[in-house]
Design a protein around this ligand. Structure first.
Ligand SMILES: *[C@@H]1O[C@H](CO)[C@@H](O)[C@H](O)[C@H]1NC(C)=O
Length: 140
């Protein structure tokens, strides 16, 4: 009986240590930086462009994509609220663009045109007191 108990003690100490190291590092590692990756990096006219959001937490309330430097009603492309029947609500900056939002925060711009070049800005509402933002320049 003594040997297994000792082994078990060691084992759970190790687990406990890993758990606290994870608890210390997870918030920084996964949430410190929201980043947008443009795929492909240099989109050509008529190509589909994915603005892929990296570093988004597993749970969040909603996200909003804007086209431009300001984040207001006039620059809002769409709002996306996951887990509801019609998650994507288009805003006034959508105009004739063909843009689809995904539950992971990314957006796909279909048939990109030179006029789509410019700043794209994403705002992720994690909870009522925590918002994360990222922006990127797209050149078509
Ligand atoms: C987000 O979802 C889209 C569509 O399923 C996928 O193409 C893209 O790679 C995903 N991005 C990330 C960062 O997981």
């Amino acid at each position: 009986m003594e040997i297994p108990t000792g082994t078990q003690g060691h084992f759970s100490q190790g687990l406990l240590l890993s758990a606290s190291v994870l608890a210390l590092w997870a918030p920084q590692g996964s949430w410190a930086a929201l980043r947008i990756q443009t795929i492909p990096e240099r989109p050509q006219k008529n190509q589909d462009v994915l603005l892929s959001v990296q570093g988004i937490p597993d749970t969040f309330q909603d996200f909003i994509w804007y086209r431009g430097k300001e984040t207001d009603g006039g620059t809002r492309l769409f709002t996306y609220i996951p887990d509801i029947p019609r998650p994507q609500r288009d805003g006034s900056a959508m105009e004739q663009r063909d843009i689809v939002g995904f539950p992971n925060g990314s957006m796909l711009l279909r048939d990109a045109q030179p006029r789509d070049s410019g700043t794209y800005h994403v705002e992720v509402h994690i909870n009522p007191s925590w918002t994360m933002r990222a922006k990127t320049e797209v050149q078509v």
